[in-house]
Write a protein that binds this ligand. Structure first.
Ligand SMILES: [Zn+2]
Length: 441
């Protein structure tokens, strides 16, 4: 197979806080799926490139009313919780885990149950434009490896973690590792097996996944960090998700989550911390110095966080940050929806909620814009993962060429365009509402 090219109207957010729209851009993709050129019509090589691909019948032209945008990046989602999405959000985090979530996750030890759920979930995320997802699976290795193979088969870029949780006092006896040593050897075997699924072709990645501090012994955290340095793999975990989770770490270790993860060697450039609601200034400095990232999950935060994530400050401090659906703490699978939620979350934070307070009701200047939210959903997510995804430029991968779709996406495009450019892109109103996401390349 040789290079192919697309001529299309595209938009993306190569820089934080702004986005580019290129009418009739020509994107060339090589046979490994990497973008090799992105040329606008005023580029001196544009006509030659288009002609060359027309002659070899390797050119696809999108219609005028169609647009390309980068695939969306979901930095935090729990694949096994998909069956309970939208249910059980009446309880606080600790009770929610024990009453609903651990019983559900334990069912995946039965591979036939996993086979009923995982393919449908991956199809759903792809249908919502999520071409890159970082997944928590369960503590059982076989169904977690099966999830990785489903993503491989369906062509979704996936970072998949077998959960490690060995603190017996905090886990139900039916859903806990048999020992710390067994947890570590299973985590290592998982890394090796997932690496074999993809043969390091850049689509599927194993992730070291201590669930969070309460369900981990310190020996587990330290042992996992040795695997991280040995295999140079990603790390994902939860950090200060709620008052209860934050207090647990402070009372047990007299440290913040970030301090503990850093001390045990789990905080790296390829670490993604979900939530991170209660960061100290020192925590933020540590995260920035290490280059670790944060998965902001606004909808989940509204159910479990007990506070608002300081997104404005994280963006302004140049921390690596993107968005997560946090299924099923957040009930919706769409990262577009998460982008809208991030904006709404910040606006409520800025405006405040208590009508009895007439002044200083909210936190001034903490809003984020739609354009920033789109950056978080795409390029910001790619940067957080340290992967070349979420933007159209040479040396990024082509599985992000997506045709827009769905009434909500059309509306989102229109909002961004009207807010960011103030130009008369009326065409964005003409997107047929019945289009579906389609993947190219
Ligand atoms: Zn989570």
């Amino acid at each position: 197979m040789s290079n192919q090219a697309f001529v299309a109207n595209l938009y993306h957010a190569p820089e934080k806080g702004s986005f580019d729209y290129i009418e009739q851009a020509c994107i060339e993709v090589d046979d490994l799926g990497m973008i090799t050129q992105v040329l606008s019509p005023d580029h001196p090589n544009y006509a030659t490139l288009v002609e060359q691909h027309e002659n070899t019948r390797s050119l696809t032209r999108l219609a005028d009313h169609q647009y390309l945008l980068p695939g969306l990046v979901d930095l935090h989602t729990h694949a096994p919780q998909w069956p309970q999405a939208g249910k059980g959000l009446d309880l606080p985090l600790h009770d929610w885990l024990n009453q609903y979530t651990f019983p559900l996750e334990s069912r995946y030890s039965d591979l036939t149950f996993a086979a009923r759920i995982y393919p449908e979930l991956v199809d759903t995320l792809l249908a919502h434009g999520t071409t890159t997802a970082m997944y928590f699976a369960t503590i059982d290795s076989a169904p977690s490896e099966y999830l990785a193979s489903v993503c491989k088969e369906k062509g979704q870029r996936a970072l998949v973690g077998k959960i490690s949780m060995d603190e017996k006092s905090m886990c139900p006896d039916y859903y806990v590792e048999s020992s710390t040593q067994q947890a570590l050897s299973d985590a290592e075997a998982f890394i090796q097996n997932v690496n074999e699924i993809d043969a390091k072709q850049g689509l599927i990645y194993p992730v070291v996944t201590p669930r969070f501090v309460p369900t981990s012994t310190k020996a587990l955290l330290e042992g996992l960090s040795k695997l991280v340095s040995q295999y140079q793999c990603h790390v994902q975990t939860h950090a200060s998700e709620s008052d209860w989770a934050r207090d647990f770490t402070e009372q047990t270790y007299q440290k913040t989550d970030v301090e503990l993860y850093n001390e045990t060697g789990l905080l790296t450039r390829k670490t993604v911390l979900a939530h991170s609601i209660f960061l100290s200034e020192s925590d933020k400095e540590t995260i920035k110095t290490v280059g670790a990232g944060i998965a902001h999950c606004p909808l989940s935060n509204m159910y479990f966080a007990d506070a608002a994530f300081p997104l404005r400050e994280a963006i302004d401090k140049d921390l690596h940050v993107g968005l997560g659906s946090d299924l099923s703490g957040g009930p919706l699978p769409s990262i577009f929806h998460a982008a809208l939620d991030a904006v709404s979350h910040s606006r409520v934070r800025e405006a405040g909620t208590n009508t009895h307070i007439m002044e200083q009701r909210g936190e001034a200047s903490t809003r984020v814009s739609f354009v920033e939210a789109f950056w978080l959903a795409t390029h910001g997510g790619g940067l957080t993962l340290d992967l070349p995804v979420g933007v159209f430029k040479p040396d990024t991968t082509s599985t992000h060429l997506w045709l827009i779709a769905t009434p909500m996406v059309a509306k989102f495009v229109f909002m961004m365009i009207s807010i960011a450019s103030k130009t008369s892109w009326r065409k964005s109103l003409c997107i047929p509402p019945n289009l579906r996401f389609r993947q190219f390349g």
